[in-house]
Write a protein that binds this ligand. Structure first.
Ligand code: PRP
Length: 221
């Protein structure tokens, strides 16, 4: 029987983060026994009886780790910045895993003159899922904006007249292009971080510390 002190729960989201985390888990000798794309299970066994993976929404990963329901997790910088507004107390982010890379950008319709609107001090309507990051960005620029919270498909907002601009993640740029939008400003580069519950790190250091070190060695430049 595994001792309670050695039981480790890792929170991951499905999709790109899960796929790109697999090689890092493998480097720490951890292999999931199910594929979250094929299974409806939310708690996945691994090749170690005492290590489980929980599959949660990307934006819920910091919450699981903060409250200790998961000991470790992988979350995008975008998600962590939004969560920080709530408080990242109890969270330790020791590693930039250099996965899930993209950029947080301001984008508008191709025919919208963003530079001119900024110059004349226009009050823009900006739609985004990333309200905290957007608020901070425009405040730093001294711009007054109306932020409109959306939960998905931000690209639609400038096309329907809901907003003048959006703040969204851009990876290949294909989504912007397909919707006749252009990136007009970079807010910050994004990648995924390993996050660790601070109390768990103290109580289960013998199990967690070697994992962090194995992840660190496996990070690709
Ligand atoms: C992100 C983002 C864009 C798209 C950009 O959405 O919100 O819509 O990817 O990628 P591209 O530049 O390579 O086209 P994602 O697919 O992660 O889903 P989401 O809408 O749930 O965030």
């Amino acid at each position: 029987m595994a001792e309670a002190g050695n039981r480790i729960t890792i929170a991951l989201s499905k999709g790109r983060i899960f796929d790109e985390t697999l090689p890092l888990l493998a480097a720490a000798g951890i292999v999931p026994q199910d594929d979250p794309e094929k299974s409806r299970k939310l708690i996945l066994d691994t090749n170690h009886a005492e290590i489980k993976l929980v599959i949660v929404r990307a934006s819920d990963v910091p919450t699981y780790v903060q409250y200790g329901a998961a000991d470790l997790g992988v979350a995008g910088k975008d998600v962590l910045l939004e969560h920080e507004a709530g408080s990242n107390q109890g969270l330790y982010a020791p590693l930039d895993l250099n996965i899930g890379k993209c950029r947080m950008m301001v984008a508008t319709r191709e025919d919208f003159d963003y530079a001119a609107a900024v110059k004349r001090g226009a009050r823009l309507n900006v739609a985004t899922k990333y309200v905290q990051t957007a608020r901070e960005h425009f405040a730093k620029k001294g711009m007054h904006v109306n932020l409109i919270k959306l939960y998905g498909s931000m690209e639609l907002a400038p096309l329907t007249g809901l907003a003048d601009a959006i703040v969204d993640l851009v990876s290949t740029g294909n989504t912007l292009k397909a919707n006749k939008l252009i990136a007009v400003e970079e807010i910050l580069p994004i990648s995924s971080r390993l996050i660790v519950n601070r109390a768990a790190l103290k109580l289960k250091r013998a199990a967690i510390q070697p994992m962090i070190e194995a992840f660190e060695r496996a990070i690709k430049p």
